[in-house]
Design a protein around this ligand. Structure first.
Ligand SMILES: [Zn+2]
Ligand SMILES: [Zn+2]
Length: 353
């Protein structure tokens, strides 16, 4: 059920259900703007989803017809899926960042996007049987979009969204998605952070659209950190106050994952991205999460490759190894037994899971 609540005067959180395991809700945000509202994000299109949005608005005394502007933090279906439906009802403009080919590829040509995903998975060492099973589940699945996106304006730095609380400034924050932006309201010290920084730290990166999404994400964290923010309104979960702590938590988790990838590679010698998943993710690896985790793994490997710390062969499947320089940087222990002991530790770790 959609649910609405006032967060501060002029800002309402609209909590909308999602059909995803582990991600039960997303947030849309209504901002008072004269006799209407600015809506930031709008939820995914599923059967009955527009009713959930309407119900959430009704609970706080608002109506869909009052939406004067819909601005989306990024082109993921849980943030812009209902844009066409909202525009049809409210007659409002849509503003979103132009670098959204990652969504268009999925929503305009789902069969081609699926074929590409299968090829990437095969290249990453996913065995044929689970791969076909996964692909079967995806074939003909709903796109989560109520229609094609028809933006009136590119949501880029310099563009401002005017509300009763003042103007909201746009900052580009790619990484989670190439199209990601956050909106900052400096006088009231508010940040609409989309999925760039979430209350419960959880990482995701779109793979295959830019050379190094993890690097972009870390750069974007650096740009957001100096902003004066007392309350962060994110794309999922409750508002939170400690933005800097959350940014540091995101950095620490990225570091932890990169270290785990390097440790797994040094213990295995070389491995496909798929083979590294249980080493890095342990019990989080399940059929339902494998595709999502593989996407992240490829982004970590490409980030380490951009730093010259790992390399891969040109064959299929792609096999990764620590780069020569990276190995010598860590140093070869004078006593080879040290290495063996470390390996045995890691193997014991894996068995212990
Ligand atoms: Zn997202
Ligand atoms: Zn999201």
């Amino acid at each position: 059920m959609g649910r609405g609540e006032r967060v501060i005067p002029g800002v309402w959180r609209l909590r909308l259900p999602l059909p995803w395991p582990g991600v039960p809700h997303c947030n849309a945000w209504a901002l008072a703007a004269g006799d209407g509202i600015v809506l930031v994000d709008c939820g995914m299109d599923t059967p009955g989803s527009l009713r959930h949005l309407e119900r959430a608005l009704e609970q706080v005394g608002l109506r869909l017809e009052q939406v004067r502007l819909l601005a989306c933090t990024h082109a993921h279906v849980d943030h812009c899926g209902q844009a066409a439906a909202v525009q049809e009802r409210a007659g409002c403009e849509l503003w979103i960042h132009p670098r959204r080919q990652h969504l268009a590829a999925q929503s305009d040509a789902p069969a081609a996007a699926l074929a590409r995903a299968i090829e990437v998975a095969r290249q990453s060492g996913v065995p044929e049987a689970p791969l076909q099973e996964w692909a079967e589940g995806r074939r003909g699945a709903d796109t989560g979009m109520s229609g094609p996106l028809a933006p009136a304006r590119d949501l880029l730095p310099g563009v401002v969204a005017e509300t009763d609380l003042g103007a909201w400034q746009v900052l580009e924050t790619p990484g989670h998605a190439p199209s990601h932006v956050v909106l900052h309201q400096p006088e009231h010290r508010l940040l609409l952070s989309g999925d760039h920084v979430l209350g419960r730290i959880s990482l995701y990166f779109d793979h295959g659209w830019t050379p190094d999404p993890v690097g972009e994400f870390l750069d974007a964290l650096d740009r957001v950190e100096p902003l004066d923010v007392r309350l962060t309104l994110s794309g999922h979960g409750r508002p939170f106050t400690d933005l800097r702590g959350h940014i540091e938590g995101n950095r620490a988790l990225v570091r932890e994952r990169l270290d785990a990838v390097l440790a797994a590679l040094s213990s295995r010698g070389e491995a496909t991205a798929f083979e590294l998943l249980p080493d890095v993710y342990g019990e989080k690896l399940m059929p339902a999460t494998a595709a999502w985790l593989l996407t992240k793994m490829l982004c970590y490997l490409e980030h380490l490759e951009a730093q010259g710390r790992v390399a891969h062969n040109e064959g299929e499947p792609q096999r990764w190894r620590a780069a020569e320089e990276a190995v010598s940087e860590v140093g070869t222990p004078a006593d080879g037994r040290l290495d063996l002991a470390a390996d045995a530790d890691r193997r014991a770790d894996r068995c212990g899971r």
